[in-house]
Design a binder for this molecule. Structure first.
Ligand code: ADP
Length: 497
């Protein structure tokens, strides 16, 4: 059938249809005309979106329709022809530039006076961008759904408590372990406040202030707290609150994880009790051995038995070491249980340092211990414990530096504080170890330190003693060059004379 004959047959087309064609042509990306059975595409104008036909073509399906959608298009056409009703479909097309696009296509049958289809008039709009957006959205939703499933699996199988607070302090998520601890279902607990979930007022208040802090500073908070478990009774928990930050960089929620550390705490307590008990039990026999050795040494000296005298002196020194070690353990357990007492008294630090110097001179010959000249400096502190800090730092300087090297001990008054320094020329300390040095039982794991005896409690005790005096303790060190340990104490005016 040619254009002319088709146009002749079109005589029955009304003025209304003509206007409809004009409107559709103006508002669509593509307009097309099809033969009554769709076997021939009479014409296609697309303004460059699809390839224009130019002349009527028969192979339009393979030219324009994406292979996957061809059958679907054929089915829709067959349906429209059999019902003589509008053809309407969204499907993929092969675009002019060779890539795949999407169109929303509609075609109406043009009927002659007897109701026979003369031709189909179609229009289509390019919906590639919308389809792409829908596809992206679907992918994002699938990914989010998958993430959610993943988090649910992870959080539902951990014994740790995992939860999220909204900024109004209400729970927006609680994992099964937390629900079990509360003895509640998600329906009962989600959207509820801390108080409504059974927290005591002080506890709820504390967490609310912490949520405010995390929200305003974006800082992570860590703490320890006891809470009554629904079935296990009172337990001790270690918790971390972390800010949940949105795309605009604002905190939109606070996520928390909590771990039951009751057993760790109990084990620690058992260990402390054990150390404390053993140290106490060892102290009594040690004290008697020390006095026996002293008496024996005196008698050896009186009877001019030099060999026995020397041996007993050495035994005495070793016993002194043991005593210091045991006292160290006792101090740790006292610190842990809060039983350590600071007996404040006014004294001149210069006098104490002089005593320390004499003590050290009589016990250490391997190093040059240089005590820099110091001025009278009064402090209000526990004399015995400050002496212990001096001894610990000087003993460490000797322990961790080669024989023959020098150790400098000095102090200076800066801003109403006395700043003591103990400097050595020893092995120094790696940067990674510096922050943990003052922790209980922390020892540097280096081949050089492996053979040096110790328990990692000296610096912990020093730091606790100094902190309890309102002072600070720190170290500056260069591996291979040496370390300087500093501590400060507030100074007080010298007493009236
Ligand atoms: P200990 O000496 O019994 O191991 P401390 O608490 O006194 O315990 O010291 C902790 C760790 O710090 C030591 O194991 C050692 O590795 C390191 N350390 C302490 N003082 C020095 C120092 N002057 N030079 C180098 N390392 C040191």
């Amino acid at each position: 059938m040619t254009e002319t004959t088709l146009n002749d047959k079109n005589k029955g087309v009304t003025a209304g249809e003509g206007r409809y064609r004009a409107l559709v042509t103006a508002t669509s990306d593509v307009v097309y005309r099809m033969s009554p059975d769709w076997s021939v595409m009479q014409q296609l104008d697309s303004g460059g979106f699809l390839l224009d036909t130019g002349v009527p073509i028969k192979n339009w399906i393979s030219k324009y329709i994406h292979p996957v959608d061809q059958q679907m298009v054929k089915d829709a056409i067959a349906e429209a022809i059999s019902t003589k009703s509008m053809y309407e479909l969204e499907h993929r097309v092969l675009m002019a530039d060779g890539v795949t696009g999407w169109i929303s296509s509609k075609a109406i049958p043009i009927l002659d006076g007897e109701g026979n289809i003369i031709e189909w008039f179609g229009a289509a709009t390019d919906i590639t961008a919308r389809k792409q957006m829908e596809e992206d959205l679907k992918q994002a939703m699938d990914a989010a759904e998958q993430q959610k499933r993943l988090y649910e699996v992870v959080t539902s199988n951990t014994p740790d408590l995992v939860y999220v607070f909204g900024l109004d302090y209400n729970f927006t998520f609680a994992n099964p372990a937390l629900l079990k601890m509360w003895g509640k279902t998600a329906e009962d607990a989600i959207g509820k406040s801390l108080l409504e979930n059974g927290y005591e007022p002080w506890h709820a208040e504390m967490h609310e202030r912490e949520i405010d802090h995390v929200a305003s500073t974006k800082e992570i908070i860590r703490g320890e707290v006891a809470f009554p478990h629904a079935t296990l009774g009172r337990r001790v928990y270690d918790y971390i609150f972390t800010p949940v930050i949105n795309a605009q960089g604002e905190v939109e929620a606070v996520a928390g994880t909590t771990r039951d550390i009751t057993e760790i705490k109990e084990n620690e307590q058992r260990k402390n009790d054990f150390i404390s008990m053993v140290s106490h039990e060892l102290k009594t026999p040690l004290t008697s051995v020390i006095s026996f050795v002293q008496v024996a040494q005196k008698r050896a000296n009186q009877s001019n038995d030099k060999i026995a005298g020397d041996m007993l002196e050495r035994a005495g020194k070793q016993l002194g070491k043991m005593t210091r070690m045991i006292n160290g353990f006792l101090n740790v357990s006292r610190l842990e249980s809060g039983r350590i007492q600071i007996d404040h008294q006014h004294f001149d630090l210069a006098v104490l340092l002089d005593e320390v110097q004499q003590d050290i001179a009589s016990t250490t010959s391997s190093h040059k211990i240089v005590f820099e000249p110091v001025k009278e400096t009064w402090v209000n502190a526990d004399r015995e414990k400050i002496e212990q800090v001096f001894n610990n730092l000087i003993t460490n300087a000797v322990k961790y530096s080669p024989p023959g090297s020098a150790v400098h001990v000095a102090f200076d008054v800066v801003d109403n504080k006395v700043q003591v320094s103990v400097r050595d020329e020893g092995m120094g300390i790696n940067k990674e170890d510096l922050p943990r040095l003052f922790e209980r039982f922390y020892r540097v794991k280096e081949t050089e330190t492996n053979h040096i005896a110790g328990f990692g409690i000296g610096l912990y005790i020093c730091s606790e003693i100094v902190k309890r005096h309102g002072g600070e303790i720190w170290v500056e060190s260069q591996p291979g060059k040496g370390s300087t340990f500093y501590f400060t104490l507030p100074v007080v005016p010298s007493p009236e004379v």
